[in-house]
Unconditional design. Structure first.
Length: 299
């Protein structure tokens, strides 16, 4: 086969088109990821020209001598569990509502999606003011309604601080799930919906037997993205509480940043990042394989 003929091969053309994207991905994603893995086996303060190889010492330190790591891991697990439930659920409810022919539908879609495009640190600033126990929006509303007993130090109480931060996170991220579900609802066969209604199926039966199966690929995407987003939660936690009070909102991503950029132990920070990466892969990859196998069986 001549060179000219080979360039007309669709597979060769596809590879040529992919090369620039693959090169960018390798430079800005794969190389930094590999460098973090290597750094996790070294001791480095970010300034010395030489890095000292310490083997598994960083991993041993975070697992056996770092109690904050386990607190951060627990909080990350709780955060991920809530992220798998509330943003997809609320996003689906909003999508189902805004998929109806109602007045101002496009405007409402834009309003609910608007928080997604706001920088997380800006969202943290807004909600930090609203959570202020003296001058914040929630305290003022509760006072005006005569419910002063409900006023709490939302970000200063270690029992509720994590959940208070998550509410702000939910407010910002739910619009993204909504948009994905709206896109998925466009693939629902209206013929099947009408046929089900003619057969006497109610709204719940139509949703369960027609809409939900058609949304299965979208649900997979939403759940995977929710897991990835929740495991790397950093900006909004850092802006609202910085991990406090008493590490009650500490997350793995934030603790890795603290170790590297504030304590200047880049090796230990890299080790925490690698653990976070392994947790992400351990959750996402089996779920994707299970979903793919389930779809193949049904098809």
């Amino acid at each position: 086969m001549s060179l000219r003929q080979s360039t007309h091969d669709p597979r060769v053309q596809a590879l040529i088109l992919l090369v620039p994207a693959l090169a960018i991905y390798a430079v800005f994603a794969l190389y930094p990821m590999l460098n973090v893995v290597i750094l996790s086996f070294q001791k480095w303060n970010g300034l010395d020209p030489q890095r000292q190889f310490v083997g598994l010492a960083n991993y041993s330190a975070i697992f056996t001598r770092d109690p904050v790591f386990w607190v951060a891991l627990r909080n990350t697990v709780i955060w991920t569990a809530m992220s798998l439930i509330f943003p997809p659920m609320v996003g689906l409810l909003l999508a189902l509502s805004l998929n109806q022919k109602i007045f101002g539908r496009n405007g409402l879609r834009a309003i609910f999606y608007l928080p997604v495009i706001i920088a997380p640190i800006a969202v943290a600033t807004m909600w930090k003011w609203m959570y202020d126990p003296f001058f914040g929006l929630f305290s003022q509303l509760l006072t005006s309604w005569g419910m002063q007993g409900w006023i709490k130090d939302w970000l200063g109480n270690r029992d509720i601080a994590l959940y208070s931060v998550f509410v702000a996170y939910l407010w910002q991220t739910v619009g993204f799930s909504m948009v994905l579900f709206l896109a998925g609802l466009q693939n629902v066969s209206q013929t099947l919906v009408e046929a089900a209604r003619i057969d006497g199926a109610g709204r719940w039966a139509v949703f369960k037997h027609v809409t939900l199966p058609a949304l299965r690929p979208t649900i997979t995407i939403v759940l995977v993205l929710s897991v990835i987003s929740s495991l790397k939660a950093f900006d909004i936690v850092y802006g609202l509480t910085g991990g406090g009070p008493a590490q009650s909102t500490q997350m793995l991503a934030l603790w890795a940043f603290t170790q590297a950029m504030q304590i200047f132990d880049f090796g230990r920070g890299a080790a925490i990042s690698v653990v976070l990466l392994l947790i992400t892969m351990a959750v996402v990859i089996p779920y994707l394989k299970w979903t793919q196998k389930h779809e193949e069986v049904e098809s």
